[in-house]
Design a protein around this ligand. Structure first.
Ligand code: ADP
Length: 265
């Protein structure tokens, strides 16, 4: 930016000078690029089920018109694709809502143990389908944090559902809540979701919370995934001033730990 300014001189008058200020636009450009990438990725992800739907509509109007068996099969696939689109739109909206409120700290007092029990109960039927046992290790005394109930439900639903989907071969998922001391003399609550499945290779770990990042896109799609779950988890945890830690050993499983400061009384 260049602007003329009047500068006082040593003799009491003023001189006209040109003032030049330089702004580093790199972070702005980067944010712009990330936004453009996100829009491109989101459009691509939405276009995939849409293309499948429109292909099946053509087939139903054409070659499969008088074939009731094919019709029933194609309608089933179309229903799955429509569900996929709806889930994607849901996740995109949740992500943008969390981003918009990132600076506001949620304040409701929430006890973590019953919340996690509620999530585990809700996922019982998926666990049965996958033949996985959900083992809970919850404290008897309240583990209170300041939070947003719906967002916290979303965090633990995502983490436990991922453990059930991707770590099913391990046969069990362990969820624990513990109070732990931290370096500054304070304490925090740590919720760990651990599975004993195939785990995640180290090169993927730093990128898992990126939007649309998936270790295996085909695997994620077949599990009904959108690639937005962990990104949403990270944003919600940040808004709660918490931390998300991801550890994994290949063929031994993965542990996702969320740490929250306790509520200030
Ligand atoms: P998705 O909707 O694909 O499940 P997420 O953001 O929740 O998206 O997870 C991103 C990717 O991380 C998944 O596609 C999967 O490849 C990997 N992942 C997540 N949780 C686990 C886990 N417990 N074990 C192995 N891989 C996992």
């Amino acid at each position: 930016i260049i602007a003329p300014v009047q500068v006082p001189t040593a003799f009491g008058g003023t001189d006209q000078c040109m003032l030049m200020t330089f702004h580093d636009l790199t972070p702005l450009r980067r944010a712009e690029e990330m936004r453009a990438d996100f829009v491109a990725n989101a459009s691509h992800e939405l276009r995939t089920p849409l293309a499948a739907l429109s292909g099946f509509i053509d087939t139903l109007l054409g070659p499969a018109r008088d074939d009731p068996k094919a019709r029933a099969r194609f309608l089933g696939i179309m229903q799955a694709q429509a569900t996929r689109m709806a889930r994607l739109i849901d996740d995109l909206l949740s992500l943008s809502r969390v981003e918009l409120t990132a600076h506001v700290r949620p304040e409701a007092h929430i006890d973590l143990a019953p919340l996690i029990k509620q999530v585990a109960d809700g996922l019982e039927s998926l666990a049965r389908d996958r033949q996985v046992a959900i083992e809970l290790d919850l404290p008897d005394s309240p583990a209170m944090i300041a939070g947003d109930r719906e967002e916290l439900l979303r965090v633990f639903e995502n983490l436990i559902e991922n453990a059930l989907k991707y770590g099913a071969s391990g046969g069990r998922v362990a969820v624990s809540v513990v109070a732990a001391s931290v370096a500054d003399g304070g304490s925090e609550y740590r919720v760990a979701v651990r599975d004993f499945g195939p785990g995640i290779a180290p090169e993927h770990l730093p990128r898992l919370t990126e939007r649309f990042y998936r270790v295996d896109v085909g695997d994620s799609r077949s599990q009904g995934g959108t690639g937005l779950g962990l990104s949403l988890v990270k944003h919600i945890v940040n808004r709660h001033r918490g931390r998300l830690l991801i550890e994994s050993v290949l063929r031994k499983g993965a542990t996702f730990t969320v740490c929250f400061p306790p509520v200030k009384s």
